[in-house]
Design a protein around this ligand. Structure first.
Ligand code: GDP
Ligand code: MG
Length: 448
């Protein structure tokens, strides 16, 4: 896997301390391969790699990361940046109804999305109306009606309740859109979701129709729905829709499949429009707000490496280390609160046991982590939270009767309280030793 290859690259780079062009080239080659594997469009990959190289060459050398990790970090930041930085939710109109129009190729997932979006908005307290403007395919209106029914959201169709195939086929989608919005105004719906027709390929008539609908209703949001599996065609399709209807946001559909989602990067790079939602199945609930950081991980396919990088940086947090060092220098006591915070941090790291070997000074934690699971943290928390603030700050006062009370309050046996306090005592000793030794073990501040 890419992770393994990069791990190997990192090993070779370890200890060099500076970002050289050769270091960057090696990592860039792996990244390039990962992006192409994820079906990011070739020109987008080329441009992206050039940008990464330029930035990496100018980058300050990090103390926490080795050069390979540093390049990966830059790659991740750039990916997240292109994918939208933060997530954007729908912008609601000051004057309702907010008009949302869906556009995209046939089969992209527009009609399915219409139902999901309606369902989500309804659950958020909105009163959406779905409008069926795909009069191209005989079954399209019916499909939206079924989706609306499942979502419990009304559907405006050319001839409500009738919609015979003949009527639908001769209908004018622009007129239907206009009538649908008028209907929404009258019935005080605060959101209108307009489903439109698509073609198998981009074509002028389709684009004109979509653009006419957009203008006729004054859509506030135009969501371009694109199948995550589209692969290299993503760029041309996105560009055509961007020019044709000037969409405001992107929805990536079928992310439940094998696609690693390179299309998201392609579309976002060439249009600069935010990816807002991800569709992940055929059910009403298979739909989520798009998370650029998660997508970056999926595209790079190296969540493990990225976790490691984050952890390495977090544990290098100098502010925190300095605070701890000062605390010990001041002879302040290490409290049960500190102990709990340590345990919680340890738990966070538990998920990356196998990566610990890559971190300096982490070998010693392996045993501790192996004995550590969710339930043990839960019990430690229960015990410590059952203590009074005074007991947490001055554990020495926890005598037999206090132990009995805490055991009862946290639902554990007194022997577990004893064990915890013993463990705490050991940690306290270690912290004191570290304080007198003048600091924390490298890379592991606060870790016993
Ligand atoms: P439209 O032509 O753009 O309206 O696309 P549809 O909404 O009709 O979807 C086309 C096909 O893809 C249908 O069979 C949907 O059930 C399916 N589909 C849509 N979205 C998703 C998704 O997120 N995941 C999966 N697995 N299938 C989807
Ligand atoms: Mg459809």
């Amino acid at each position: 896997s890419l992770s393994d290859r990069l791990t190997a690259t990192f090993k070779n780079l370890k200890g060099k301390g500076r970002l050289s062009e050769a270091d960057i080239d090696g990592t860039a080659r792996e990244i390039r391969r990962a992006l192409l594997d994820a079906d990011v469009a070739v020109p987008v990959v080329r441009q992206f790699i050039a940008k990464i190289k330029a930035r990496a060459l100018g980058a300050e050398v990090s103390e926490a990361l080795n050069p390979g990790q540093q390049v990966v970090k830059i790659v991740n930041e750039e990916l997240v940046g292109i994918l939208g930085g933060k997530t954007r939710e729908l912008a609601f109109a000051k004057q309702p109804p907010t008009i949302i129009m869906l556009a995209g190729l046939q089969g992209a997932g527009k009609t399915t999305l219409a139902g999901k979006l309606a369902y989500r908005l309804k659950n958020q307290g909105h009163t959406p109306l779905l409008v069926a403007c795909d009069l191209q395919r005989p079954n399209a209106v019916n499909q939206l009606q079924v989706g609306g029914q499942r979502a419990g959201v009304p559907v405006y169709a050319p001839h409500p309740g009738v919609s015979s195939e003949a009527e639908v086929a001769t209908g004018d989608p622009v007129a239907v859109a206009r009538d649908g919005v008028a209907q929404a105004r009258q019935a005080l719906h605060d959101v209108v979701i307009i489903d439109t027709a698509g073609r198998l390929g981009v074509d002028e008539e389709l684009m004109r129709q979509a653009s006419d609908i957009r203008t006729a209703v004054g859509a506030h949001e135009v969501l371009f729905v694109i199948d995550a599996m589209i692969g290299q065609d993503a760029v041309a399709t996105a560009q055509a829709f961007d020019e044709g209807v000037d969409f405001t946001g992107v929805v990536l559909s079928k992310l439940d499949g094998d696609a690693r989602g390179g299309a998201a990067l392609s579309v976002a790079s060439v249009t600069g429009k935010p990816v807002m939602y991800a569709s992940t199945g055929e059910g009403l609930k298979d739909f989520e707000v798009f998370h650029p950081d998660r997508m970056a991980r999926r595209i790079l396919d190296m969540g493990d490496v990225l976790s490691l990088i984050e952890q390495a940086e977090a544990s290098w947090d100098k502010g925190e280390a300095a605070k701890m060092a000062k605390k010990f220098a001041d002879q302040e006591d290490f409290t049960l609160e500190d102990f709990l915070a340590q345990m919680q941090q340890l738990k966070k790291m538990g998920s990356m046991k196998k990566l610990l070997g890559m971190m300096p000074g982490a070998q010693g934690m392996r045993k501790e982590l192996e004995q550590f699971d969710d339930s043990s943290l839960g019990r430690i928390e229960a015990i410590i939270y059952s203590m009074t603030p005074h007991e947490r700050a001055a554990p020495k006062i926890i005598n037999g009767s206090r132990r009995a009370r805490i055991a009862k309050g946290s639902g554990v046996h007194v022997s577990e309280i004893n064990q915890l306090l013993e463990r705490f005592g050991q940690a306290q000793k270690m912290m004191k030793r570290m304080a007198s030794g003048g600091g924390m073990p490298a890379g592991m501040p606060g870790m016993g």
